[in-house]
Design a protein. Structure first.
Length: 240
């Protein structure tokens, strides 16, 4: 499917054809499920899956619509797990600021606090825009002040940049699946190794994303990450 037109996007939003899939985050040493990441899912009127990045790319042209969809998604993502299950949720920086409330009265903050600060980890994405890094830093500082835990998502993705300030504040580091794709690149893996060493030396936990086969799992053990995530493990239920 090509990128969404505004008409297609509005029809999707009005029909509320979006939901959540829960992907396990597994502790490497024990093989036990530690938490789930709530993944956004979208469907056409004919039941076909739409790539989430296509939807969010279209939503970024309309900040208020982005806020509406992101808040509706977070409500779905947080309501379907039991109170004993931890959940990682992505939170778009532009959606967070679109409502005009940057403090504890922000609807996303209120929703997360209601779900339970001890069980929700907010993932923020690093990318090539300095403004997004600054927004991430501001959001992390706010969440830390409220006792809400945070994770840095997609680290090492070729399109991301590394903000040392952001990296220092989060409790979790999620390595992008490109680490698996570039595992034979010796220079790249030196950098990955140092990131993992830094994370562990500063009390952070490391998750490797994109694990799909047994060889990926062996590689995760080799580089000494704490948790793994990917299609090697069966996803939780899909809700619409």
């Amino acid at each position: 499917m090509d990128l969404l037109s505004q008409n297609m996007l509005l029809e999707l939003v009005e029909s509320k054809r979006f939901g959540v899939e829960y992907q396990p985050i597994v502790e490497l040493k024990t093989g036990n499920i530690f938490a789930y990441e709530a993944l956004s899912r979208f469907r056409t009127a004919f039941g076909e899956l739409i790539r989430p990045d296509y939807v969010y790319a279209a939503l970024h042209d309309n900040p208020l619509l982005l806020f509406q969809v992101e808040l509706a998604q977070k409500k779905i993502q947080l309501e379907h797990l039991s109170n004993s299950e931890r959940v990682f949720v992505n939170l778009d920086q532009d959606a967070f600021y679109a409502c005009g409330h940057n403090g504890g009265n922000n609807p996303f903050v209120e929703l997360i606090q209601e779900a339970g600060r001890e069980r929700v980890v907010v993932e923020l994405i690093e990318n090539s825009e300095i403004n997004d890094a600054l927004m991430s830093l501001s959001m992390i500082e706010l969440f830390n002040g409220l006792g809400i835990r945070t994770a840095l998502d997609d680290l090492c993705n070729p399109k991301s940049m590394l903000s040392v300030a952001v990296l220092q504040l989060v409790e979790w580091v999620k390595l992008d699946k490109c680490v698996l794709e570039k595992r034979l690149d010796a220079n790249f893996m030196v950098f990955v190794s140092k990131i993992i060493d830094f994370a562990h030396a500063t009390g952070k936990q490391v998750i490797l994303e994109g694990v799909e086969v047994e060889e990926d799992l062996a590689f995760a053990r080799q580089i000494d990450v704490d948790y793994v995530q990917g299609f090697y493990y069966r996803s939780g239920f899909l809700s619409y």
